[in-house]
Design a protein around this ligand. Structure first.
Ligand SMILES: [Zn+2]
Ligand SMILES: [Zn+2]
Length: 316
């Protein structure tokens, strides 16, 4: 369902590297703020080998100061086996809280929840009943079709224009936004993941009109938008969403934005996130959001990029 790229070389800054001490000093003062708000660990069955400890080690090596773990919650449909089981949720959160005791990396307990119309009350009970920091909403399934499946996605687009397919997607996406269940909506144009495999492509002009209603709903409800860098790893040539989408979101008044690598392995933690933040700035966003206890705090994109650049200059 998700992009599941193999591990790249993990940076390994040994203790004898004198810059590490400096980097830690900077992080200790809260100077560097590279954050990854979409990360799957082993409770997502499509990330079964991914350990929290490995993500912490990768974050320490890459100057990433925050990780929001967002394991899959899929309550119905054919992919429930990829989901954390409801009875595992307390243990999942406990593991994250225990790991927090041993690191200065800020760790958040979250979910990536699949939205299905009709499941709202069930999802609300799960979200209320647990101590989450951050909840991503996702639409991987539209009217029963898994558009994150290469074989099913082709059928989704068959015999109709891309705009008609996109409109159908954003109708469901808008309902997810209006459900009030989610802090931020993940990978906003995920539907185009497999288009290129069957000779189709989508440009901004194909995105249809329902999307604009959904962006208005997003602004009205204070729901956020994610820039998800897995689109690049999946070979779409862009992040999710494309740049024009970000510009439209800003113009619609969307204020809450996060970035995430959608990692299913520690090798991709932080993947292209600085560039994603730059794209937000190019779309005129001045702030992005961090979360704790499902409350968001806005932080300056300018400050974040400046601190990132300073750290890059230092070679750490
Ligand atoms: Zn997803
Ligand atoms: Zn994901």
């Amino acid at each position: 369902m998700e992009d599941n790229s193999t591990t790249t070389n993990r940076e390994n800054l040994g203790e004898r590297n004198p810059l590490l001490t400096l980097a830690e000093h900077i992080r200790g003062k809260g100077a560097a703020r590279v954050i990854d708000y979409h990360v799957h660990e082993r409770h997502s069955r499509d990330a079964a080998m991914a350990k929290i400890s490995e993500y912490i080690a990768a974050a320490e090596g890459r100057g990433i100061t925050e990780i929001a773990f967002t394991t899959h919650l899929i309550t119905i449909g054919p992919d429930v086996d990829l989901s954390i089981r409801e009875e595992e949720i307390p243990e999942y959160i406990r593991e994250i809280r225990m790991a927090q005791d041993g690191t200065r990396i800020k760790l958040l307990a979250g979910l990536e929840v699949d939205y299905f119309p009709g499941e709202e009350r069930h999802l609300e009970a799960i979200l209320r009943g647990n101590d989450f920091d951050f909840i991503l909403g996702s639409t991987h399934y539209i009217n029963g079709v898994d558009i994150g499946s290469q074989s099913q996605a082709e059928g989704y687009f068959a015999n109709r224009s891309i705009t008609e397919a996109a409109d159908e997607y954003y109708k469901v996406w808008k309902r997810a936004i209006e459900s009030g269940l989610f802090d931020v909506m993940a990978h906003p144009d995920y539907w185009r993941k497999y288009l290129r495999f069957y000779g189709r492509s989508a440009s901004w002009g194909d995105y249809g009109s329902v999307l604009f209603d959904a962006l208005d709903a997003m602004a009205d409800n204070g729901v956020g938008l994610e820039v998800n860098t897995a689109g690049k790893r999946a070979g779409t040539g862009n992040y999710y969403p494309i740049q024009e989408f970000l510009v439209a979101a800003h113009e619609a008044g969307v204020k809450v934005v996060t970035v995430g690598s959608d990692s299913h392995t520690a090798g991709t933690l932080g993947y292209h996130l600085e560039d994603a933040i730059r794209q937000l700035r190019e779309a005129s966003f001045t702030h992005m959001s961090t979360f704790k206890d499902r409350k968001n705090t806005r932080i300056s994109i300018g400050d974040m990029l400046e601190r990132t650049r300073t750290r890059a200059k230092l070679g750490v």
